[in-house]
Design a protein. Structure first.
Lengths: 120, 120
């Protein structure tokens, strides 16, 4: 049963509004409840459907060519609060309640950690 | 002259830490100073170099196959405060001071506006 903002329990949701790319994917920006950007990963229609169905984030791994449920092994589950597309439908913004130590496999809260600096 | 956080005026910056994709691009998530996600667009190495050089966002348009300077015609310029990569270097987080009416071509502050809801 979905606990997603604006989705009544059992309400059908559609992924038709999303403009998946030629590879079937869209980038999904995951933010926490304080709007901090946690990570960016990719969803196809099936990953988005699973996310909406389970109320937890599912992604599609481009390198491993498989679906993965965030936090399945680490416990760092992302409980989905809302999913929004942008003006042309080719990107997703997923607001979550982040569980566990954080979103990053390094143990950090956010994956975004490396300043783009240095000598060219 | 750059006004980017952590970059001394005239300091050389490098894009070598970024893992551009097979198409030469990385997604760039643009957030404002309150961390609200404004938009997602793509940069290649040249767009990132221009962004770091000018302190204003440059992107690469996949559909038009050309560079574009955000706000060049609209005035909705994005003054860059910081640029960060994620743990595996294949996504960028760009913090900006958004000028003008907002980031979206519709006139909205953020491009993320459409809930993923409806009947499937």
């Amino acid at each position: 049963m979905s606990d997603i903002e604006g989705v009544a329990p059992g309400e059908a949701v559609s992924v038709d509004v999303v403009a998946f790319g030629p590879d079937g994917l869209v980038p999904a920006v995951v933010v926490d409840e304080d709007d901090q950007v946690l990570m960016l990963a990719y969803m196809d229609a099936e990953a988005l459907r699973r996310t909406l169905r389970d109320g937890r984030t599912w992604f599609y791994s481009r390198s491993r060519r498989t679906y993965w449920a965030k936090g399945e092994t680490s416990g760092a589950v992302q409980e989905v609060r809302s999913v929004t597309t942008d003006c042309d439908g080719d990107a997703l913004l997923v607001r979550v309640r982040q569980r566990g130590v954080g979103a990053c496999h390094t143990g950090a809260w956010s994956c975004f950690m490396h300043p783009v600096l240095g000598q060219s």
